[in-house]
Design a protein around this ligand. Sequence first.
Ligand code: 6AU
Length: 250
Amino acid sequence: EKRTRKSYEEKNKETQHHISQKLINIAIAKKSNLIASADVLTTSELLSLAEKVGPNIVALKTHIDIITDFDYEKTIVPLLEIAKRHDFLLMEDRKFADIGNTQELQYSYGIYRISSWADLVTSQVIGGYAAMEYFLNSGIVAILGMSSKGTLTDNHYRNEAEKIAIEHPNIIGGVCQNEISDSLLLFTPGVNLATAGDGKGQQYNTPEHVFKNLHSDFIIVGRGIYKADDAEKASLEYKIAGWNAYLASL
Ligand code: 6AU
């Protein structure tokens, strides 16, 4: 017998972290569980995508280190303004994977200064519990399992990583392709309505699969949106598909 999933309202009541509450409140207000992944290469593409998909998303996920013309004033300052206006959070998919001291430096220094703008950051938990102490301004989303073919995140690794995620007060959820503890928020990338893979190891599922079978809370969609002819329309389609799949999974 499969256990029933928790609603956003239930998860909101149980979480202590202000970023989880913020994210869930946006989800409920917008009727959206969509995070758009902005894996684009220039500031103008990033800002234009944020503007188009902003009304339909709960968060915009960045890989800020792939922006070729990054400039804090020209990239981050306007992005923060768009995020505020359209009411979505910023999630930097940095996937930290080092000792605590190095992660602390990478989080706050260098040209990106992630700690000054990211509401959420992704991190591997390979460095152990104590390495997670230093992402003070952001909610941490722990990488528990990966979507790529041949990933090393096997059952044992996922279980050990999940224990850290459950115990650590700064970790609000996990990225995984499996069901995880419902005391965490589950973020699932590898979602695409049109294709099963990208020929480079990425493996895709549908929103129906991830909400019904994994009890996911948020879908992360990259190329399904930013490569579409009309990114605004595609974001609306994924928003509706994600929300309907969530409702059907309750
Ligand atoms: O929809 P796509 O395949 O174009 O993009 C998926 C996005 C990319 C990946 O870096 C990221 O999701 N991702 C992650 C994350 C979010 O941490 C983990 C994973 O296992 N698979 C994955 O694709 O930006």
